[in-house]
Design a protein around this ligand. Structure first.
Ligand code: TXA
Ligand code: MG
Length: 348
């Protein structure tokens, strides 16, 4: 059931009171709090089990309130906002003086975006009309509404599975259309240096270059030491509890067969036609195009994770630019997956 005005009003009242509300965006569901209220923001970290030095993205109803959150905003930020907002692009900018450190994880920058989901926009606009929270800042801090390190929710039911009673209200906006988290672009570098892509997403480096005339640099993944600039940049992330292995298409059938002979149950996530005779009841076939694949990826991983198999075998995706964001999420899922041991690996 899509939320009605009364649900939006209730969400606004909760947020003003410093409570948490989960809401849909076009990418994944977010867990929101008044971004100007440090106590409310701390509740987000507690609900997610997330380390406090991880900065959060501030969601706005439009670019109009950007200068409450950021200072020295470069022309390229306005151009990108014009081109991609509302939409799945987060800009990292120098933070304005009024921004609480709870939101920025102590950094001198702040992440902002305007989400393109009608429920998200209705919530953000109603929130602004009701005064916009502490100091009238009109920003909602919202990480993905999952426990830290786990698969992001793309459906209201996933949020309830992940967070249960620690969230006061879940606004149900149906399935998220993009399905993976926003592209993150760091615009805080010195003049003359290209912006840096911190997380790949639906908005591609080529699309960014078409607007600002410069191709972003791609950040190298960081090690687990110190405060990460992007928690999604930790090697292990977006992970199911079941071990997960990425294998080349040609190796898929052989591996599943070996596992079966060893008495191990596996589930398959693929995007191409499986050769005849692959014997496993647990197969999810996703679209062979990156957008369709991304949209269904996290829900499929959740389903396979609940099948009580020993290993999730994922057919690797093409090594092309169009698949870069999906490939990024699959690699991190493979690193973070599996409180149980990977049975295929332990045999070799
Ligand atoms: O699509 C999305 O971006 C979703 C929806 C809910 O908007 N949100 C999301 O939030 O993915 P989260 O917290 O799961 O991931 C946001 C990432 C974090 O890994 C964080 O480190 C990074 O954005 N981030 C936020 N502020 C930053 C900053 N000032 N500098 C560098 N990275 C930042
Ligand atoms: Mg997240």
């Amino acid at each position: 059931m899509p939320p009605e005005q009364a649900d939006i009003d209730r969400a606004v009242a909760l947020l003003q009171a410093g409570e948490l509300v989960a809401f849909p965006t076009e990418t994944v569901y977010g867990l929101a709090a008044d971004a100007a209220n440090p106590l409310a923001v701390r509740r987000i970290f507690a609900a997610k089990g997330r380390p406090a030095d991880h900065p959060l993205i501030v969601h706005l109803a439009g670019g109009g309130c950007l200068d409450r959150w950021a200072r020295d905003i470069p022309a390229s930020a306005w151009e990108l906002a014009e081109a991609f907002w509302p939409g799945p692009l987060t800009l990292i900018l120098k933070r304005a003086g009024a921004v609480p450190t709870a939101v920025t994880g102590g950094q001198d920058s702040v992440g902002v975006r305007v989400p393109a989901h009608p429920v998200a926009l209705a919530l953000l606009r109603a929130y602004a009309e009701a005064g916009g929270g502490l100091g009238g800042m009109c920003g909602l801090a919202a990480p993905s509404a999952n426990r830290f390190g786990r698969i992001s929710p793309t459906d209201a039911a996933h949020v309830r599975e992940e967070l249960g009673n620690s969230v006061s209200l879940v606004l149900d906006g149906g399935r998220c259309q993009v399905g993976i988290e926003s592209t993150i672009l760091d615009l805080t570098r010195d003049d003359g240096e290209p912006p840096r892509l911190l997380r790949p997403g639906r908005v591609t480096p080529e699309q960014i270059a078409a607007v600002i005339g410069v191709l972003p640099e791609t950040a190298t993944p960081q090690a687990d030491d110190g405060a990460p600039r992007v928690s999604g940049s930790l090697a292990a992330h977006y992970a199911p509890a079941t071990p997960l292995r990425l294998v080349a298409s040609a190796r898929l059938a052989g591996l599943v067969d070996e596992l079966r002979q060893a008495g191990r149950r596996s589930a398959i996530l693929c995007h191409s036609e499986l050769p005849g005779g692959v014997a496993t009841p647990a197969v999810r076939k996703l679209a062979a195009d990156p957008r369709g694949y991304a949209r269904a990826l996290y829900a499929a991983l959740r389903e396979l994770d609940q099948m009580a198999v020993d290993l999730i075998v994922v057919e690797d995706v093409p090594a092309t630019r169009a698949w870069a964001a999906v490939a990024d999420r699959l690699r991190r899922a493979a690193v973070g997956a599996g409180q149980k041991q990977d049975p295929a690996r332990s045999r070799h």
